[in-house]
Design a protein around this ligand. Structure first.
Ligand SMILES: [Zn+2]
Length: 84
């Protein structure tokens, strides 16, 4: 008779390989909690545009994400110029 409940083994497995919150694929350690750079950027893009809770696009193109990131960075650069 074993003293180790089966569910502990299942929980341990989940903690090692968490699912990507965007696409549910296994998370990659480099990009955790996401599975890839693409999913990490998609999540960032949603926060930047304030539409995180409203997934209006099933799948954004990489170019869209990079446009969002570029716009955000130029906005920060402009603010930095104002300060100095
Ligand atoms: Zn993913």
């Amino acid at each position: 008779m074993t003293d180790k409940p089966l569910h502990l083994k299942i929980v341990k497995g989940h903690s090692i390989q968490a699912a990507c919150p965007l696409c549910q694929r296994p998370a990659e350690i480099l990009y955790r909690p996401f599975c890839s750079r693409r999913c990490a950027q998609l999540d960032l893009g949603k926060w930047l545009t304030g539409s995180y809770a409203i997934p209006s696009h099933e799948a954004m193109e990489d170019s869209d994400v990079e446009t969002l990131l570029a716009a955000h960075e130029s906005q920060q650069a402009a603010q930095a110029d104002d300060d100095s």
